[in-house]
Design a protein around this ligand. Sequence first.
Ligand code: ADE
Length: 420
Amino acid sequence: MPQPNNYAVKDISLAAQGANQMILARERMEPLLEVATQFKKTLPFKGLRIGMALHVTKETGVLVETLQAGGAEVAIASCNPLSTQDDVAAYLAKKGVAVFAYKGESKKDYYKFIQKIIAFKPHLTIDDGCDLVTEIHQKHPELIKNLIGGCEETTTGIIRLRAMEADKALHYPVVAVNDNQTKHLFDNYYGTGQSTWDGILRATNVLIAGKTVVVVGYGDCGRGVARRAAGMGAHVIVTEVKPVRALQAHMDGYEVMTMAKAAPLGDIFITVTGNKHVIRLEHMKAMRSGAIVANSGHFNTEIDLETLAKKASARKQLRPFVEGFTLGSKTLYILGEGRLINLAAAEGHPSEVMALSFCGQALACEWLVKERGKLAAGVHLLPPRIDEHIGAIALKSLGVSIDKLTPEQKRYLSSWQEGT
Ligand code: ADE
């Protein structure tokens, strides 16, 4: 199994800076440290290997330490070629973690690194986007008999897992961590809401007040991005394909229209749909010159950049994460190669929300081990009591107390006879 120097990182000498980043992350991730303290006592992962394909950030570093506290041996590759924090990767490598990731890795290296996680023969997988699970199923099905289960972090990954399930192609149990209330109500909404703007601002330094921002997709992430845009003084337009979400956006006070109508109106476009080609050439042709186009969904599929690249008469990298494309008489600015802008140009979600998401990952792994052999292959939800437990430890870390049900209220809630 991996030796201490079994790693591929950009520059191992960045480890000391990575250690500093880890200090700051731990400072803001108290609920996850609480889980680690419990794990040290119970060692739920003793003798087990956990293989991860996650963004290699300081927050993920704290998750790695939490799983190690529970006795796990951990190997990690990145789940996105542009999201690795090289100093954190170096820190983990120096600590003996098998880490394979560098910012700006080629597609070839990206899949080579996932193969390294497969070669590690994990008993549990943790994925963000489902690339590890699909690689195992398509190329290494022999691993499945020893896999206790897996966890998936993001909406995009769950969409793929459910498609696998419908195809009867998913052969081990996977927990939809994204569907925890303590994940999507916080990470997707507050996390994406803030970090998307962090990425756009670091990349461009553009003024938001007075701009027309088009938010493409009104799930939890889109709601967060729209709310923060409005808070900074933008005029917000939402485009959607789901009627109920569109209605919600309308009643939240935003203009709702089709992409065809929004295209000539927007100054800044942000895709958060988890879908493919939601901004196409016909939309880009209709945009104003100077429009900024960014993606904050998991994959770089949301904007049709291949067609833009073919049709553009010129392209120029103007500064990191800002590339100008000349299309007819116009220039459009594409941020971060259409990859998720919050991790490409900034540092992803702040530690406080990642603590909640990663309590979900750590406790889902523990639950899978406890339920070993009892869960059918397929997508599973974490039991609500574990979600509530995460909420409770997070409140405790914030020093917030809440009420308890009285015996009379408990009786009332479990009875049906009493009416008005
Ligand atoms: N996804 C979004 N933000 C993240 C972060 N800071 N760490 C790991 N995964 C993330």
